[in-house]
Design a protein around this ligand. Sequence first.
Ligand SMILES: *[C@@H]1O[C@H](CO)[C@@H](O)[C@H](O)[C@H]1NC(C)=O
Ligand SMILES: *[C@@H]1O[C@H](CO)[C@@H](O)[C@H](O)[C@H]1NC(C)=O
Ligand SMILES: *[C@@H]1O[C@H](CO)[C@@H](O)[C@H](O)[C@H]1NC(C)=O
Ligand SMILES: *[C@@H]1O[C@H](CO)[C@@H](O)[C@H](O)[C@H]1NC(C)=O
Ligand SMILES: *[C@@H]1O[C@H](CO)[C@@H](O)[C@H](O)[C@H]1NC(C)=O
Ligand SMILES: *[C@@H]1O[C@H](CO)[C@@H](O)[C@H](O)[C@H]1NC(C)=O
Ligand SMILES: *[C@@H]1O[C@H](CO)[C@@H](O)[C@H](O)[C@H]1NC(C)=O
Ligand SMILES: *[C@@H]1O[C@H](CO)[C@@H](O)[C@H](O)[C@H]1NC(C)=O
Ligand SMILES: *[C@@H]1O[C@H](CO)[C@@H](O)[C@H](O)[C@H]1NC(C)=O
Length: 460
Amino acid sequence: MSSRIFVIFAMTLVAVVNIDYIGFLNIYERNPSLGLDYTSTSLQFVNTHSADDAIEKNNTTSSQVNTSQSLKFYILNAPRFTSDLIGITPNYNETKSQIASNYYWNVSAVNEELGEIWLHRSFKEFTIEQGRTNDPSEADVFFIAAYNHLAWGLKKDNKTLLVDMYKELIVDPTKPHLLLTPSVNERAGVAAFSKALRQVMNDTSLFWSVGYERNRGWQGVEVNRIIPIPYVVKLLQKKKALSNKNRTKDFVFYAGDTRKVAQKHGGCYRENITAQFMESNDEKNEMNQKIDIRLVGKGPSRLSQHEYNTKMTTSDYCLILCGDTPTSRSFTSAMVQGCIPIRVGSRLRGLCEKPCVNRWGWDVSGLKYPHLPYSDRIAWNEFPEVDEQKFIDDGYGELEKLFAEYDSSKKARIRSVMEDTHRGWVYGWGDPVRSVEFGEAALYIWKSFQDSVKSEIAQS
Ligand SMILES: *[C@@H]1O[C@H](CO)[C@@H](O)[C@H](O)[C@H]1NC(C)=O
Ligand SMILES: *[C@@H]1O[C@H](CO)[C@@H](O)[C@H](O)[C@H]1NC(C)=O
Ligand SMILES: *[C@@H]1O[C@H](CO)[C@@H](O)[C@H](O)[C@H]1NC(C)=O
Ligand SMILES: *[C@@H]1O[C@H](CO)[C@@H](O)[C@H](O)[C@H]1NC(C)=O
Ligand SMILES: *[C@@H]1O[C@H](CO)[C@@H](O)[C@H](O)[C@H]1NC(C)=O
Ligand SMILES: *[C@@H]1O[C@H](CO)[C@@H](O)[C@H](O)[C@H]1NC(C)=O
Ligand SMILES: *[C@@H]1O[C@H](CO)[C@@H](O)[C@H](O)[C@H]1NC(C)=O
Ligand SMILES: *[C@@H]1O[C@H](CO)[C@@H](O)[C@H](O)[C@H]1NC(C)=O
Ligand SMILES: *[C@@H]1O[C@H](CO)[C@@H](O)[C@H](O)[C@H]1NC(C)=O
């Protein structure tokens, strides 16, 4: 471990998640047409809570991952830090279940705390055909599930016990392990947990983690061992048919807060980016009728959640701005709502170009390891990106150039990618503790992980 990493780990990181709006978004049901190149295309999740609630252990002989076939995963989870916490084991307990639901839905500081339970519950529903095994001896890779945020939130997290229990569960430290607990909150102790488990591996590079971005401080592993996943958008229930009919051509939307701290941590100046669009400017009047870009606390009053959703479903483009770190929930919201994201700056691709500076709490992961989820499946270079400094200097000019480049056929291609991959941005609908309506985020993440493991093996 380099001294630089040590410094990052040793610092106390505050929650530096960039939330633009806490979303309860309605979503529209559509047919999955994923073109997955493995397993079945139509997902049938069934609600079972059987095998992995029992602590299963087995001795395995080490073997190399066979990269020419789909892999098999086995889930390691201590009931004490998963199913018991939500009242499923040892006996169903409605009170516990309600407490957990209430925590995730009403108490947790950010939606992103829900990632841990959505992922674990989704992967538990995977079938054998989709790559899950109940026999650790036939697993190629292992998943580690723990509800660190819930345990922490309910004051039931005993860090020593947590680490001891999971160390005990590990049956084959020669195989890759993937931590399923994404975090933006250092206080939940995920980075420390993963660093402790990493030491148990035969080779620490076998330890991987999912992450809302490739952030070592959040996940406790190197950037090339983090699988980027979507932020969590809370969705109530499925609705039918997402439509682009009501979108105003070339309408650009953004709403977020000022994020002053982002200037210090990342050289991210949201105010400089947005100011030009918020001044009344007669010369640009015609264009302004198709622009709604605002910072909360500045310009027009804050939008309600309903208005925010409406803007996202009626705008052609949604701006994606930096925050304290490169990622933010607005990107997932745009993908879920079908609003074409315009990335302002190259940060999400893993770069840090002017005016970006990397001062605190995040990683410049490099082009090979972008923060964007699903790079194995989505050609992000087809999606619009504008230069951050040029956009600050002349946002109108940059938008005009972009509109000229993104003609209707180019936009249609992007929209079809967004429609096809729509469910990959959804973890599930409703209460993460009890809902059996799962999206396909876990399926997409499983594919990303397999691709990453295989490509790392191919390179070594
Ligand atoms: C696993 O291996 C240990 C020694 O390495 C042995 O004591 C134990 O009985 C084995 N357990 C099983 C289930 O084979
Ligand atoms: C790997 O999987 C392929 C396809 O299933 C199979 O043909 C091959 O024999 C396997 N290799 C090893 C070393 O198990
Ligand atoms: C169910 O959980 C609650 C809250 O933890 C606890 O007080 C109660 O004793 C439990 N009930 C049973 C039957 O275990
Ligand atoms: C969240 O709080 C509201 C209002 O107190 C309550 O009606 C609702 O049931 C709570 N949600 C959950 C999942 O507990
Ligand atoms: C342990 O391995 C043996 C032999 O491969 C297998 O028969 C048994 O089902 C495994 N047990 C568990 C709990 O997976
Ligand atoms: C935490 O767990 C350890 C190991 O089981 C135990 O010794 C310790 O007393 C526990 N601490 C608390 C505060 O419960
Ligand atoms: C893994 O580590 C153990 C203990 O250090 C060692 O006995 C074993 O040979 C290692 N296995 C591999 C495949 O390197
Ligand atoms: C389009 O907007 C109209 C008027 O606001 C609304 O009634 C209709 O439901 C919208 N259609 C879609 C497909 O969203
Ligand atoms: C942002 O605006 C402030 C105040 O006008 C200015 O001092 C600063 O240089 C600007 N930063 C960038 C990157 O344009």
